[in-house]
Design a binder for this molecule. Structure first.
Ligand SMILES: NC(=O)c1ccc[n+]([C@@H]2O[C@H](COP(=O)([O-])OP(=O)(O)OC[C@H]3O[C@@H](n4cnc5c(N)ncnc54)[C@H](OP(=O)(O)O)[C@@H]3O)[C@@H](O)[C@H]2O)c1
Length: 234
């Protein structure tokens, strides 16, 4: 049974990925979230699948929390097959509009969406390298594509472009030998972040993502995928 860690698993895309992995029955999921005590949907899933789901406390911006999560995972498994860096934020108006931007809010978005997934990957690298076919997935966004740049949402677009570059460098880094790193846009999804007018239900995005993750191989290292498996421009 493969072992998978998903960040931001308490709601939105992360929760739906977790739910569908439980339905498939082929993976043990470490479902990470900031506040397990408030993660009611996740708790219900864990109660239904106690042998295949462990809820993990993890604030990805907190180094001590990353280390505690790493220790908790290492206590349960010798290797991690898939790390899904899904947790992310859009930031408030002080991260979005010229005239309202603040250093604190722009930095918070970049720290959460780009710096933290990189540091999390660094922390879990030994467990990933102990897997025969490890993969790291950066859940990015079309908003991180320089080719597709549009107006506003400065910090979010900058953060996802930086996340994309982190993934490219990880894919080339000799220290990551044997680990396939890819960047994926989940599509425009009806979540708290995507809003009610989004094109996709979380279930549609998640089922396409699970299929994509299942067929990832070393030949995909360093690629930027649309959720349906087509390629996206950097
Ligand atoms: N929805 C879309 O249309 C869309 C499009 C392109 C890309 N994406 C990307 O897809 C990913 C998931 O988005 P979503 O739509 O599911 O968003 P969402 O519904 O807003 O959920 C975001 C998740 O990230 C978690 N999170 C935020 N900051 C965190 C931190 N410091 N530590 C740990 N967890 C943290 C949240 O936890 P809390 O509940 O504790 O806040 C929540 O579980 C994000 O990376 C997003 O950028 C989404």
């Amino acid at each position: 049974m493969q072992t998978i860690l998903i960040t931001g698993a308490n709601r939105g895309i992360g929760l739906e990925l977790t739910r569908q992995y439980m339905g498939q029955g082929t993976a043990f999921i470490f479902a990470a979230c900031r506040a397990p005590e408030n993660a009611e949907s996740l708790q219900a899933l864990a109660s239904a699948h106690p042998a295949r789901l462990a809820i993990l406390q993890l604030d990805i911006t907190d180094a001590a929390s990353i280390e505690a999560a790493r220790q908790a995972v290492a206590a349960k498994t010798e290797s991690l097959d898939l790390l899904i860096n899904n947790a992310g934020i859009a930031g408030n108006q002080s991260a979005r509009r010229l005239g309202q931007l603040t250093a604190a809010e722009v930095s918070r978005v970049i720290d959460t969406n780009a710096v933290s997934p990189l540091l999390l990957t660094q922390a879990f690298r030994p467990l990933l390298q102990a897997s025969a076919a490890a993969r790291v997935v950066m859940i990015s966004s079309g908003n991180g594509s320089l080719t597709n740049a549009r107006g506003n949402s400065y910090a979010y677009r900058m953060s996802k472009a930086a996340m994309n570059m982190a993934a490219r460098v990880l894919a080339l880094d000799a220290a990551m030998a044997g680990i396939t790193t890819v960047t994926v846009n989940p599509g425009w999804v009806k979540t708290d972040m995507g809003g009610p007018d989004a094109a996709l239900e979380p279930a549609e995005s998640a089922s396409a993502l699970l299929a994509l993750f299942a067929r990832l191989s070393a030949a995909d290292n360093g690629k930027f995928f649309q959720y349906d498996g087509s390629s996206l421009p950097w």
